[in-house]
Design a protein around this ligand. Structure first.
Ligand SMILES: NC(=O)c1ccc[n+]([C@@H]2O[C@H](COP(=O)([O-])OP(=O)(O)OC[C@H]3O[C@@H](n4cnc5c(N)ncnc54)[C@H](O)[C@@H]3O)[C@@H](O)[C@H]2O)c1
Length: 408
């Protein structure tokens, strides 16, 4: 796909929605370091969910106030923080846009755990209310403000679904189809790739896609939607500058993601938790690359009149069982095959086109023994903070999966 870089933008003011989170915090400091004026907007809901679940990040994380102070003490460009719920406080969000007049808004502010979104009706409804309203409020507020703001949204590779793609390469957001006509001729059309969400969380991301499509078509809002793979790793060079800048490391059954969980389980001598056969294939990206991709997306915004730009923000695909075997080989861990709490294909293929970000200059950090060991070392350092009771995945997609979990 041909990619057009309209203009390099390296010093725009950026609002980072969800900038206290796992991807948002290292992204915010990276943008500040790159010369942007950064405002972090977060309602700290993720920290409150930790309290609800009775779990804490494996790494100790400072309050947002301490993070910002530490960042300045380390010589970082000052950022400020606004405590605001983008899904519920529309007027404040609009005021903020009018006051700050950002050139770009990076939107991380969603409930992002599929298992959390499937725990109960309350969790499903919260995830839909929070994610869909938050995205819609942002779009609506940009239109009402009359400002020309580039949205960079963190979506997920999960919008394409993890069923069989019959060996086809997943394109970057759009699919060219041929539509048969009654007279036997065909016309070609470039459509949004069909979505196939596998959880309520993933469903909200597919709804985000439609909201973007509509507001881009109707109001000309410039949008980059980053379909991100599963992020692994924990710190970047900047969050490593001071212990108070340390990023969060989720390991529990709801928020912990597969590779980081394996690495942490290996660190504490817990059998690696493979659900089902481990034949599921997923896309991955290291946190350092995630941060870099957002920087590249801001620096190369779409032009006026461009349709929503979609990048597949991943660097490699792996089968879950292969990952477990790799971690086991490096660390000597054992692998446990457990019932799958998710309703999903037993196995799937996942071949992904990710040329857009590579063309913009991303140099992928791929899985290497050294990097895996680095994460194991972080996990070993904080092993005494781990609550083993929080490791199992207990959120079941349906009653059938719940029964299988209960039967062990
Ligand atoms: N972590 C991954 O592996 C991964 C993979 C693919 C996509 N993503 C996407 O990246 C984004 C960030 O993920 P993350 O891992 O940093 O999640 P996270 O939960 O650590 O961070 C999300 C942040 O948004 C804030 N937030 C949530 N709702 C808000 C609201 N209504 N108003 C203001 N702030 C709100 C939370 O307090 C939190 O700090 C999410 O949209 C997620 O879907 C993450």
């Amino acid at each position: 796909m041909e990619h057009r870089s309209v203009q390099q933008e390296t010093d725009v003011k950026v609002l980072v929605l969800g900038g206290d989170g796992f991807c948002g915090w290292p992204c915010a400091v990276n943008l500040a370091e790159a010369g942007h004026d950064v405002v972090i907007v977060d309602n700290l809901s993720r920290r409150k969910i930790d309290i609800e679940l009775g779990v804490e990040s494996l790494t100790p994380i400072s309050t947002i106030g301490d993070r910002l102070r530490a960042w300045e003490e380390c010589g970082g460009r000052a950022m400020h923080f606004v405590d605001l719920d983008i899904a519920a406080e529309y007027d404040l969000l609009l005021d903020l846009l009018r006051t700050e007049q950002p050139g770009a808004v990076v939107h991380f502010a969603e409930q992002r755990a599929a298992p959390y979104s499937m725990k109960s009706s309350r969790h499903k409804r919260y995830t839909v209310d929070n994610n869909v309203n938050g995205t819609h409020n942002l779009l609506c507020a940009i239109v009402e403000s009359g400002l020309d703001i580039h949205i960079v949204h963190l979506g997920t590779m999960g919008v394409y679904g993890y069923g069989s793609h019959r060996g086809a390469t997943i394109p970057e957001g759009y699919l060219t189809v041929e539509v048969p006509q009654p007279d036997g001729t065909r016309f070609r059309e470039n459509i949004l790739h069909p979505t196939d969400p596998g959880s309520v969380y993933h469903m909200t991301k597919t709804l985000d896609q439609l909201l973007f499509y509509y507001y881009n078509k109707n109001d000309g809002i410039r949008i980059t939607d980053l379909h991100q793979g599963i992020v692994w790793g924990t710190n970047t060079a900047l969050t490593d500058r001071d212990p108070r800048l340390c990023n969060r490391f989720d390991y529990d059954g709801d928020y912990g993601t597969v590779l980081n969980r394996f690495l942490m389980q290996a660190a504490i001598g817990y059998p690696l938790t493979v659900h089902g056969t481990g034949g599921q294939t997923r896309a991955f990206i290291h946190i350092r690359d995630s941060v870099r991709c957002v920087e590249l997306a801001i620096a190369n915004p779409p032009g006026a009149g461009d349709k929503v730009r979609i990048f597949n923000q991943m660097t490699e695909s792996h089968r879950v069982h292969d990952l477990a075997d790799k971690v086991a080989a490096i660390t000597g861990a054992t692998v446990a095959l457990l019932p799958n709490p998710r309703k999903e294909a037993i196995e799937n293929d996942l071949i992904v086109d990710n040329r857009c970000l590579l063309d913009l200059g991303l140099q992928p950090t791929t899985l290497s023994d050294g990097l895996l060991t680095e994460v194991v070392d972080v996990a070993r350092r904080w092993a005494d903070r781990c609550d083993r009771r929080r490791i199992p995945c207990i959120s079941a997609w349906t009653a059938t999966q719940a029964r299988a979990l209960a039967a062990g």
